[in-house]
Design a protein around this ligand. Structure first.
Ligand code: CA
Length: 229
């Protein structure tokens, strides 16, 4: 028996599609069509992750996230329509781990789930690995040293803090607000512009072609995502 996932979605066709996709990868699924059913499944079935549609007939998906986060760190991947960036940001800031935009492919869904499961299991360990390697980039979190193709790259302390936050959460989207709160210690809407400047500097140092990034991706209107591999 594979891992158990809860699919919360009132659209039957989408719900069945997700269920079918996950079962084809040897995951088990339970389905809920309403927020009330979802809350009941979460407390009685103890799923390993939740795939959550935000637009439910009886409850706002964001309220489900808030309620769940009061007692559980279970990974939550939100499913949302393309034109609802505000909703996605709100869901992520309420404690969702990542999001998918409808319509999405099976591969996107599986990639998001892999990442949130990896992060939820690595949180249980004492500390993630000290040396992070992806492609030509190597970051030694203990020595505060960043190299590309063996060449050391210098970052200001603030840039380094932003970079390592992204790296520690690789594959996951981080909202502007989350990054600012973690690195600056506070959040103002007006700080988002300074964050953009920091990201531009980080990219200039990191990317061969900042217009076609290899490592740091912009999620327009939401935040940033460091490459998973
Ligand atoms: Ca819906």
């Amino acid at each position: 028996m594979g891992m158990l996932f809860l699919i919360v979605e009132d659209d039957k066709q989408i719900r069945k599609f997700i269920n079918f996709s996950l079962r084809s990868q040897d995951y088990n699924c339970i389905e809920a069509a309403t927020g009330k059913e979802a809350m009941k499944c979460i407390s009685t079935k103890d799923p390993a992750a939740i795939i959550l549609d935000l637009g439910l007939p009886d409850m706002d998906g964001i309220d489900i996230i808030k309620q769940v986060r009061e007692f559980s760190n279970i990974p939550i991947v939100v499913v949302s329509a393309r034109d609802q960036d505000n909703e996605k940001v709100e869901a992520l800031d309420a404690g969702a781990d990542d999001y998918l935009t409808k319509p999405f492919s099976i591969n996107e869904l599986l990639a998001r789930i892999r990442v949130v499961l990896r992060h939820s299991s690595s949180n249980k360990k004492e500390e993630a690995s000290v040396v992070y390697k992806v492609a030509d980039l190597e970051i030694n979190l203990e020595k505060h040293k960043v190299t590309i193709e063996g060449q050391e790259i210098h970052f200001t302390p603030m840039e380094y803090n932003v970079l390592t936050l992204l790296v520690r959460n690789s594959g996951k989207v981080l909202t502007h607000k989350y990054i600012l709160k973690k690195v600056w210690g506070s959040y103002l809407d007006s700080d988002v512009q300074s964050l953009r400047v920091f990201m531009a500097n980080i990219r200039r140092k990191l990317e061969k072609n900042p217009a076609k990034p290899r490592y740091v991706f912009t999620e327009v209107g939401i935040g940033y995502r460091f490459t998973e591999e």
